[in-house]
Design a protein around this ligand. Structure first.
Ligand code: FES
Ligand code: FES
Length: 155
């Protein structure tokens, strides 16, 4: 089947999509957007998180056919050209990226949190990021990154 979807503000079309295919697969393999990562493909790790109509979802759990005519925003779509979004910049500045596999999903989740709650408490940060697993950082640097944006510390 053919899927028409707006991705990062641009109308895109994917052809030959099979019925069981995930949005994550379409983004990575058909539309050339490898930012969203494929770690578990079971909705457990959050590494594939994207916005779907403004709401963060695990794109591995969304069937491609479900996104027909809808809007997706991926981690690539947060930056403006070469200028990183403040959340992206803060992950760099805080040293919150090690292997980087969890990073795109965490950035989308943190971006959503800070859009809703510009100065979140630590409890609110932990709750918002609870669905995103990281095997490397011990999470403290990730919390620092979110705190940094909340304080206006990122570029
Ligand atoms: S790859 Fe989607 S939640 Fe892990
Ligand atoms: S930085 Fe490696 S999984 Fe998070």
């Amino acid at each position: 089947m053919r899927v028409n979807v707006t991705v990062n503000g641009e109308g895109r079309q994917a052809d030959d999509v099979w019925e069981g295919e995930s949005l994550l697969y379409v983004l990575r393999e058909r539309l050339g957007l490898p930012g969203s990562k494929n770690a578990c493909e079971q909705g457990e790790c959050g590494s594939c998180t994207v916005y779907l109509d403004g709401v963060p979802v695990c794109s591995c759990l969304v069937a491609a056919g479900q996104v027909e005519g809808r809007e997706v925003r991926t981690v690539e779509g947060l930056a403006e050209g070469d200028r990183l979004d403040p959340v992206q910049q803060s992950f760099v500045d805080a040293g919150a990226v090690q292997c980087g596999f969890c990073t795109p999903g965490l950035i989308v989740a943190a971006h959503d949190l800070l859009g809703r709650i510009p100065e979140p408490s630590d409890a609110e940060i932990r709750e918002a990021l609870a669905g995103n697993l990281c095997r490397c950082t011990g999470y403290e640097k990730i919390l620092d990154a979110v705190r940094l944006v909340a304080k206006g510390g990122a570029a």
